[in-house]
Design a protein around this ligand. Structure first.
Ligand code: RUB
Length: 316
C-alpha cells in the first residue's frame, strides 16, 4: 500500500490537476513546496520509510498532468538531493533543495526577462498566447527599461488564460487589445513580436506550449513577424535526448461544451488537447536564463544540464 501523504501534497496535486495551480513554472514551484511540506511532516523514525513516503509524494505529484516537464524536473531536483543516514538529515536535504529550487526559478525568470527584453524595442506591439510567467518577465523587463510596449492578447480558448495575461499586462501599464483566437492572423500585421512561453522543449528545438501556439507560429512566419519563446532551462525535456516524445495532455470535454450543449449536439466526439508542438523552423529564438539560442542548438545545452539520461528518483 502507498504511504499516507501530507495534506499539502494532496491539495497541491488536486490544484494542479484541476488547473487552479497552472502554468509550467508555477506548477514546478508548487511541487517543490509540497515536497518540502511532506518532508517536514514525515512521522518516521527510520530513513527507509522516510524515503518511501517522499517517493510516494513524488509519484502523486508526477501523476497530475503529463506535459509540463518542469514538474518532473522539479521532483528530480529536490528528490535527487535527498541524502543522509538519519531522518533529520534527509529532511534537511529535501527542504534545502526545495528552497534552492524556488530561488533558482525566480532568478532564472528574472535573468531570461532581461535577455528577452533586449529583443523588444521602444514602441513595439507584441502578441501573446495563453499566460506565461516567463514570457511576461520579458515584457516587464522591457517596460522597466523604459520601453513603451503594447499588446494584442489572444483569449486562448477553452480556458481563457489570456484574461490573466491581460490583467497582468494592464498592471504593468501596457495597453491591451483582447482578441478571440481566430482573429490572430488578421492582427499580425500590427504586431512586431510574438512572445510565448513553453511547457516543454524537445532536444530538436521543438516547443510544446498551449494548443494554438503552432498555428500562431506558422502565421507569424508567413507574415514575417518574429516569434520568441521565453523558457527557463527547467522546460528542457531530458527524455527527448533518448528518443522519447512528449505526451500531449487531453482534457475533458466539459471545458469545451456544457452538458446542455452536449445534449443538443447528440452523437459526436469532442477532443480537447491542451498543448501542441511547434517545429523549430517556425521559431526565431528560445530565450533562457543562460542566453538566447536558435531553437536547433538547444540540444547542446540540454546535454550539459542533464547528461544522456534523466533520473526518476520518485520511482520505487
Ligand atoms: C500554460 C502554458 C504556458 C506555459 C508557460 O498552460 O501553456 O504558456 O506553461 O508558462 P496551462 P510559464 O494553462 O494549461 O497550464 O512561463 O508560467 O511557465
Amino acid at each position: 500500500a502507498e504511504p499516507d501523504l501530507h495534506e499539502s501534497v494532496e491539495e497541491t496535486a488536486d490544484a494542479i490537476a484541476t488547473m487552479e495551480t497552472r502554468g509550467a513554472a508555477t506548477i514546478a514551484a508548487a511541487a517543490a513546496d509540497a515536497l518540502a511540506a511532506q518532508a517536514r511532516a514525515v512521522d518516521a523514525d527510520d530513513p527507509e520509510s522516510f524515503g518511501r513516503t517522499m517517493r510516494a509524494a513524488g509519484r502523486r505529484l508526477y501523476g497530475t498532468r503529463p506535459t509540463a516537464v518542469s514538474l518532473p524536473n522539479s521532483l528530480r531536483y529536490v528528490l535527487g538531493r535527498m541524502e543522509g543516514e538519519t531522518v533529520p538529515e534527509l529532511e534537511s536535504t529535501v527542504t534545502t533543495a526545495a528552497a534552492d529550487f524556488a530561488e533558482r526559478l525566480d532568478t532564472a525568470q528574472e535573468q531570461l526577462g532581461e535577455i528577452g527584453a533586449n529583443r523588444l524595442r521602444d514602441g513595439d506591439t507584441i502578441m501573446t498566447h495563453c499566460h506565461s510567467t516567463d514570457a511576461l518577465s520579458c515584457v516587464r523587463a522591457a517596460v522597466e527599461q523604459g520601453k513603451e510596449i503594447s499588446a494584442i492578447v489572444k483569449e486562448t480558448r477553452p480556458r481563457r488564460q489570456g484574461h490573466i495575461t491581460a490583467r497582468e499586462l494592464r498592471e504593468m501599464g501596457v495597453p491591451v487589445v483582447l482578441i478571440v483566437d481566430s482573429a490572430a492572423r488578421r492582427y499580425l500585421d500590427e504586431v512586431d513580436h510574438v512572445v510565448v512561453g513553453a511547457d516543454a522543449i524537445a532536444a530538436d528545438g521543438s516547443v510544446i506550449n498551449k494548443i494554438g501556439t503552432s498555428g500562431l507560429a506558422v502565421n507569424a512566419r508567413e507574415r514575417g513577424v518574429p516569434i520568441m519563446v521565453a523558457a527557463q532551462t527547467i522546460k528542457f525535456h531530458p527524455d527527448t535526448l533518448t528518443g522519447h516524445t512528449v505526451e500531449i495532455e487531453m482534457r475533458e470535454e466539459a471545458e469545451v461544451i456544457s452538458a446542455d450543449e452536449r445534449a443538443e449536439l447528440g452523437d459526436l466526439t469532442v477532443e480537447n488537447p491542451a498543448f501542441d508542438v511547434t517545429p523549430p523552423r517556425y521559431l526565431d529564438a528560445i530565450v533562457t536564463e543562460s542566453g538566447q539560442f536558435p531553437p536547433e542548438s538547444v540540444v547542446t545545452l540540454m546535454r550539459e544540464l542533464f547528461g544522456e539520461s534523466a533520473a526518476r528518483p520518485w520511482e520505487e
